[in-house]
Design a protein around this ligand. Structure first.
Ligand code: HEC
Ligand code: HEC
Ligand code: HEC
Ligand code: HEC
Ligand code: HEC
Ligand code: HEC
Ligand code: HEC
Length: 400
């Protein structure tokens, strides 16, 4: 807690420095949140610890979760003489793919030096709750590095969708990836592909959901203590569909854009920006999640006109305590008359979420890990009765 207090002190000092530059907010992620900290201290203090805020960052020893230490910095592939090494040198971080084989398939003598391709880590994508991927700049283009990191294993892995045993540094990053994982980028198409300027804001900051805050700040600095928030977008004021849209920009699965990426603003209608989801009735339960589509199909959603994501989530803080989240269900359900109450007993709250929103393996995001089949699992938002899941949970807790 002490560290975060200190951190907040620094944030507020930053705001104080910026006081003179009226109307303009420092557009780094920290600068932006610092501009809100003097009046919304608690929200900012907890928000900077969330997965949203930390979902992208400049590469540094703090932001990269994978290990560069000897022995743990190598990713072997199923091809004996193709491997990757992750190195930290001269203050920079690098991924190198090595091979002794020529592309023609003719093997070089064992003594010949390995051929290598090296690129730096520049941008980290992913808070590391599940894992991270890494991007590098080449001129004004952004590309994905072939090696990612999976937190569950604590290991380097082939980037999702990459073939094991290939050295591929040429996957361009499309704007939609950055629209979901950052606050802003300025993409432009050019004959040779997508290009980006170096003016961007990593991490998801307040602006992404509340819009530009400069008029709000200016008003409240001089507003004579007005306790009603003015000139500021509050998603709580949106219609139910509007509230869902504000999350579905990134939690609504893969949809084809109709409008340029990064043009959606909080309060806009999502259908104006994206074509209908490919399978509206059968949303793909991918990790690159479609929580909105799954929730919309649940009886809870259909039966309660006011249920939104905010019924259970406060995005300004990290809420991963399953018993606390189970408490949100009790706003609408009573557990005294739960049909299996006697059997469930003390596990009623602690297993509530696991029984009705079980973790599922993603069929789409499979990972090529040599010698192992590996998946990423996600929490299903299709709230329902899963008799098999319930039985196995009850079984596991039954006294022998
Ligand atoms: C100089 C003080 C001040 C600063 C700086 C400030 N706010 Fe506020 N804000 C207020 C006050 C006062 C209210 C009304 C009381 C409340 O809801 O906390 C408010 C309310 C809000 C509301 C609710 C609005 C509504 O209509 O219900 C949001 C959202 C908000 N602020 C976001 C932000 C964001 C984002 C920033 C940084 C970009 C920011 N504020 C910076 C003073 C400030
Ligand atoms: C439509 C929005 C969207 C797009 C496009 C998208 N992501 Fe994601 N990504 C998400 C969401 C939402 C999550 C959180 C997963 C969940 O729990 O549903 C996530 C999770 C992740 C994670 C794991 C983060 C963690 O929790 O540790 C990584 C890494 C990641 N994405 C990388 C990428 C990369 C790289 C791209 C582009 C090449 C990309 N994503 C494209 C929305 C998106
Ligand atoms: C991922 C989207 C998202 C981000 C990012 C975000 N907010 Fe919010 N904020 C919301 C939503 C949604 C609500 C309305 C919650 C509700 O329905 O009660 C809200 C409400 C608020 C309110 C009104 C009072 C309250 O507590 O509900 C304030 C103040 C606020 N946000 C400040 C901030 C500040 C400051 C930041 C950045 C540090 C920020 N928000 C970042 C989505 C976001
Ligand atoms: C700009 C894209 C974007 C928007 C808008 C957005 N999210 Fe997210 N959200 C993400 C990404 C990306 C992640 C995964 C972050 C990571 O771990 O790297 C995430 C993660 C989450 C998580 C998991 C957090 C954790 O600590 O495990 C929750 C819950 C969540 N979002 C809820 C919401 C809700 C509710 C809204 C709407 C009010 C919303 N999000 C709006 C992109 C977004
Ligand atoms: C805003 C109110 C609300 C909240 C919050 C809520 N539900 Fe529901 N839920 C409902 C309604 C309404 C129904 C439909 C009841 C009916 O049709 O008789 C329902 C139905 C269900 C069903 C029966 C599903 C089926 O397919 O038959 C289960 C199980 C359930 N909810 C579990 C949960 C759990 C677990 C949570 C918390 C994670 C939760 N609910 C949160 C309102 C809510
Ligand atoms: C009825 C309660 C409820 C509602 C409504 C709800 N969630 Fe969740 N959400 C949960 C629970 C419980 C978890 C599990 C938290 C955990 O495992 O740490 C969760 C987890 C998540 C995660 C992390 C996913 C993962 O695989 O770990 C994301 C992202 C998320 N919710 C987004 C959303 C979005 C977006 C909405 C609105 C469409 C939404 N949620 C509506 C209860 C809810
Ligand atoms: C051990 C697993 C388990 C736990 C824990 C559990 N449930 Fe259930 N729940 C079930 C099963 C199985 C059913 C279907 C029972 C039946 O129809 O006989 C069910 C049924 C329901 C229903 C439908 C009720 C009806 O009358 O049809 C609701 C609503 C519900 N659960 C909510 C909850 C909530 C809320 C919690 C936690 C606070 C919870 N459950 C905890 C397994 C569980």
């Amino acid at each position: 807690m002490k560290a975060s207090r200190l951190f907040l002190g620094t944030l507020i000092a930053l705001v104080a420095c910026g006081e003179g530059t009226q109307g303009s907010i420092d557009q780094t992620a920290l600068g932006e949140t610092a501009a809100c900290a003097s009046c919304h201290e608690q929200i900012v203090e907890s928000f900077v610890q969330t997965a949203h805020f930390n979902t992208s960052a400049e590469a540094s020893s703090g932001s990269i979760k994978g290990s560069f230490s000897e022995g743990r910095n190598v990713l072997r592939t199923h091809v004996d003489d193709v491997w990757f090494e992750m190195e930290e040198r001269d203050g920079g971080f690098y991924q190198t793919g090595y091979t002794r084989a020529q592309s023609s398939g003719i093997r070089l003598p064992e003594t010949s030096p390995p051929r290598a391709r090296t690129e730096p880590f520049h941008i980290v994508v992913g808070s590391g709750k599940v894992g991270q991927s890494y991007l590098y700049w080449k001129d004004d283009g952004l590309f994905q590095l072939p090696v990612s990191y999976l937190s569950e294993l604590g290991e380097w892995i082939n980037s999702p969708g990459y073939y094991d045993g290939f050295i591929d540094f040429d996957r361009p990053i499309l704007p939609r990836c950055l629209e979901c994982h950052s606050t802003s980028f300025q993409p432009r198409r050019d004959g040779s592909g997508m290009l980006y300027t170096r003016e961007y804001t990593l991490g998801i900051t307040c602006r992404k959901c509340h819009g530009d805050g400069s008029r709000h700040i200016e008003y409240h600095r001089t507003g004579g203590g007005d306790t009603t928030g003015r000139s500021m977008v509050n998603p709580a004021d949106f219609s139910r569909q509007g509230q869902l849209d504000a999350c579905a920009l990134c939690h609504g699965g893969d949809r084809k854009p109709k409008q340029p990426t990064f043009s959606f603003k909080p309060g806009d209608v999502l259908d104006d920006y994206f074509f209908e989801p490919a399978q509206r009735d059968n949303p793909l339960p991918d990790v690159h999640g479609n929580q909105v589509g799954l929730l919309e199909g649940s009886a809870c959603f259909v039966g309660s006109p006011s249920l939104t994501c905010s019924t259970c989530h406060d995005v300004h803080q990290q809420d991963r305590d399953l018993s606390v989240l189970a408490g949100k269900c009790l706003a609408c359900h009573q557990v005294d008359d739960h049909p299996r109450a006697a059997e469930i007993g003390e596990q009623m709250n602690s297993s509530c979420v696991d029984c009705h929103m079980p973790r599922r393996k993603s069929d789409i995001l499979q990972l090529a890990i040599p010698g192992r089949e590996s998946f990423i699992s996600y929490r299903s938002h299709a709230i329902a009765i899963y008799p098999d899941v319930a039985d196995s949970i009850l079984q596991a807790h039954r006294p022998q």
